[in-house]
Design a protein around this ligand. Structure first.
Ligand code: 6LW
Length: 508
């Protein structure tokens, strides 16, 4: 019997798509402005998932060097046919709708071809593409038709056209027809995230609607063929946590798959809001799973997501040159290899500051998703030849950091237009920086929680508490972000080197 851990993938991993190939499952999620792009996780038991590779490790593949924050790589679909993995995705405000292939899901993946509209003028206008094939080999791209425009505040959504579909020529990557409208859901806003499945003789079109926040839901319709007409299920929505007190909220944007014992599951996104208020989600949209049941009337139902976190983790890394960097490291709008220098000082990770800070779109920052609600990260740093530190960011406008430079340590909180700094000096010699997610335990100590950040430094063996900052400032609701918390090392100027990274966390 499969144990369903929830989250399936901790830390920001939204828009999950999953495919079963033999006795293995492959899961793809969105990566936005971060590189390497689209993480691919594999499971051999449908319980444990391993990061095996990425689609698009360089900025050129997705063209995200300048994408707006929360734009970039949105909502892949992964499928398998005749010995080949296929992945379709939209790079919002970047290259548009792309198609990739690989014989091994771990890579290498192809460089990605833009799927052109029938007039050949440019990419199909839409997000959340799905790819499916009819028995005769006809390939269909089914997507959420929408024209995205960029505004100074980030992506803004233009005209919404509902769920649309085109037949495509996958050799020339061009639509073979004008878009046809398939369905607009049951009336919720933003019908999106379509996936098309053939189950026996029936075609099912599953979509998300209601928006990716508290109204999010999954609905389904069916037809005798892939092009419709589609009949709406009587029991829609199949999934929604709206108006409930469930600990996992915003459930929606899902993909169906058959599990190890032939039973069906829906993998979907959700958030874990703060327990007291159910209002602030520290980690952003994560991946969850729930069982699906098929009924005699030919319709499925999906059980509500049950929270069942995995045990906590401890990641302790030194930066030996042989070990290299694992695939969990993220950089912003550029590859990790462009900024991480493991050879300048053997046994250390050196970052070369270029004057940019965490306020900038392309900081010299190397981080990892915050995966657990309770979390502590400690790095040891040598910033005697520069300025750098340890930061936790949602984006350029929402970040906290502890920084060393010029003989002082500084904690800084940047919360939208508000900014505060706390300075301690002198600070020389070996220094460790700490970002802990904690709360007072009522007895003079602290327990870890996403509710509060403590920013601290250890100088000459003595821990100095620099600041406490409310954890709600770095939540997906406050930041209106599509991503989540990412904690990492950064350099502002000069050469800053780090000798160790320790991250410990678990879920409250
Ligand atoms: C994704 C879409 C969505 O493409 O957010 O709000 C986008 N809904 O389904 C990015 O995750």
């Amino acid at each position: 019997m499969t144990t369903l851990h929830n989250p399936v993938l901790n830390g920001f991993h939204p828009d999950p798509s999953v495919v079963r190939v033999g006795d293995e499952w492959f899961l793809a999620t969105s990566s936005f402005e971060y590189l390497p792009g689209i993480p691919i996780h594999r499971s051999r038991d449908f319980e444990n998932w391993e990061l095996i590779g990425h689609v698009g490790a360089t900025p050129e593949v997705f063209g995200i060097g300048d994408v707006p924050t929360s734009g970039g790589v949105w909502a892949p679909t992964i499928r398998y046919r005749d010995g080949l993995f296929h992945l379709v995705v939209t790079v919002a405000m970047g290259r548009g709708m792309l198609h990739f292939t690989a014989t091994d899901a771990a890579g290498p993946w192809s460089d990605g071809d833009v799927i052109l509209s029938a007039d050949g003028a440019g990419s199909i206008n839409g997000i959340d593409p799905d790819i499916a094939w009819a028995d005769d080999g006809t390939a269909y791209i089914t997507y959420s038709g929408l024209i995205l425009t960029e505004t100074p505040g980030g992506p803004s959504i233009g005209t919404h056209l509902g769920i649309q579909q085109v037949k495509v020529d996958l050799d020339d990557h061009i639509a073979l027809e004008e878009p046809r409208s398939l369905w607009s859901g049951t009336g919720g806003q933003f019908p999106e995230a379509p996936h098309l499945y053939q189950v026996g003789a029936t075609w099912y079109l599953m979509i998300a609607e209601g928006g990716t926040e508290r109204g999010h839901s999954i609905s389904i319709a069916r037809s005798a063929g892939p092009e419709g007409p589609f009949e709406t299920a009587p029991q829609n929505p199949l999934v929604s946590a709206r108006s409930t007190i469930r600990p996992v909220q915003n459930t929606g944007h899902g993909d169906l798959v058959i599990g190890p014992g032939g039973e069906w599951f829906c993998i979907m996104l959700g958030v874990r809001p703060r327990s007291g208020t159910r209002a602030f989600s520290a980690l952003g949209r994560e991946t969850f799973v729930s069982p699906v049941q098929w009924h005699q009337n030919g319709w499925p139902t999906i059980a509500p997501v049950l929270l069942n976190p995995r045990p906590g983790t401890r990641v302790a890394l030194d930066f030996s040159p042989d070990a290299g960097l694992d695939g969990e490291w993220l950089a912003i709008r550029r590859p990790t290899s462009a900024i991480a220098d493991l050879s300048a000082r053997p046994g250390r990770l050196t970052l070369h500051g270029d004057g940019s800070t965490l306020d900038d779109p392309r900081p010299v920052f190397l981080g990892r998703r915050q995966e657990h609600l309770t979390n502590s990260v400690t790095v040891t740093i040598d910033a005697s030849a520069g300025v750098g530190g340890l930061g936790v960011r949602y984006d350029e406008r929402f970040h906290l950091e502890v920084e060393v430079g010029g003989g002082a340590v500084r904690a800084r909180a940047v919360v939208g237009d508000l900014r505060q700094e706390w300075t301690h000096q002198p600070a020389n010699g070996p220094i460790a920086l700490h970002i802990d997610s904690v709360k007072p335990d009522g007895q003079g100590g602290f327990v870890r929680t996403s509710d509060l950040f403590r920013l601290a430094a250890t100088i000459g063996g003595q821990r100095i508490e620099l600041a406490e900052v409310d954890g709600r400032f770095l939540s997906s609701e406050t930041t209106e972000s599509f991503t989540g918390r990412v904690i990492g090392m950064y350099a502002v100027s000069g050469d800053v080197s780090f000798h160790s990274w320790i991250a410990e966390g678990d879920d409250e």
